[in-house]
Design a protein around this ligand. Structure first.
Ligand code: ATP
Ligand code: MG
Length: 279
């Protein structure tokens, strides 16, 4: 541990275990995507919503189950077929919403401070010309549980854009389970009724954890360095929630490194869990 300041601890354990990348970083990096049963189902639902022109879809999931990652995976997969805007940051006003969509679609406004109407017109003409070129436009909103009811309602109004025959835009809302509750408000019933595709991201099942760990280790350029007997503990500590698996596994890796052990064992995991709890 000599000379390993906080900054280099990651590098130190990576060198020790022969890793090129951090296998358990908590950023939602599509390269590390593991297709669990539940994630696969969510992706199928998102694709279905767009290919069948369903207008609205909603993906809910507890904190850390992979919603932001799924937004990215979906966009990567669909990129050749759709034009999309991904709104990741919290939106406070309708103008902000329209502005973010314009920016993320890569559109340019002539004026510095366009009005709401100008923004909306810009979006509409883009959606129309995309449709003429055979590409649907999809707006993906992450952290949708934080949207104020009036913003949710304006999404419905934006989505109304259509030719005589069909709607031209799909909106996918991703959010924590509170989103469902928010949408069940009386004032949002019209929007709620329009969301015909709904899916829930679940934590990984215990049987999926080993494959999840192996995939991440392999993507990091390493070889299996843990004893399989840790799996039930990983599950117990994380309840299968990917972000918690990553957090406890990275701490456990550090514990094994400090212990000078090339094999990550139960005791390292227990230490990691205790340290995450601040013990
Ligand atoms: N199917 C998966 N395959 C690989 N990694 C995953 C998967 N699902 C989630 N993760 C990882 O778990 C972590 C949390 O994922 P993400 O940030 O997407 O969760 P979230 O549901 O958006 O959380 P929050 O509610 O806090 O926004 C990230 O490191 C992500 O890469
Ligand atoms: Mg997220």
């Amino acid at each position: 541990m000599k000379g390993t300041g906080l900054k280099s601890i990651h590098q130190a354990y990576m060198d020790f275990f022969g890793l090129k990348k951090r296998p358990f970083a908590i950023t939602p990096d599509p390269e590390f995507y593991f297709e669990s049963l539940s994630h696969k189902k969510a992706l199928v639902h998102m694709e279905y919503a767009v290919t069948e022109k369903m207008g609205f879809a909603m993906v809910t999931g507890e904190v850390g189950t992979g919603k932001t990652l799924m937004a990215r995976i979906f966009m990567e997969k669909m990129r050749p077929k759709i034009n999309s805007a991904l709104i990741l940051h919290p939106i406070l006003t309708e103008r902000e919403l329209l502005y973010s969509i314009v920016q993320d679609l890569g559109l340019r406004m002539d004026k510095k401070r366009p009005t709401k109407k100008e923004l909306l017109d810009k979006i509409s003409s883009f959606i129309l010309s995309s449709a003429e070129n055979g590409k649907r436009t999809v707006i993906i909103i992450d952290e949708a549980q934080d949207l104020k009811p009036n913003i949710l309602e304006s999404l419905r109004l934006i989505s109304n854009l259509e030719t005589g025959k069909e709607k031209l835009l799909d909106i996918i809302l991703l959010g924590q389970p509170e989103l469902e509750k928010k949408l069940s408000r009386y004032t949002l019933r019209q929007l709620n009724q329009r969301i015909l595709v709904r899916t829930r991201l679940n934590p990984l099942q215990e049987e999926e954890i080993e494959a999840y760990l192996d995939m991440r280790i392999q993507k990091s350029g390493g070889e299996k360095f843990y004893d399989s007997s840790i799996i039930p503990l990983v599950y117990r500590y994380s309840k299968g929630i990917p972000r918690l698996i990553n957090a406890v596994m990275e701490r456990a890796l550090i514990a094994a490194f400090v212990d000078d052990s090339k094999i990550l064992k139960k005791r390292h995991l227990k230490l990691a869990h205790a340290s995450l709890l601040g013990e």
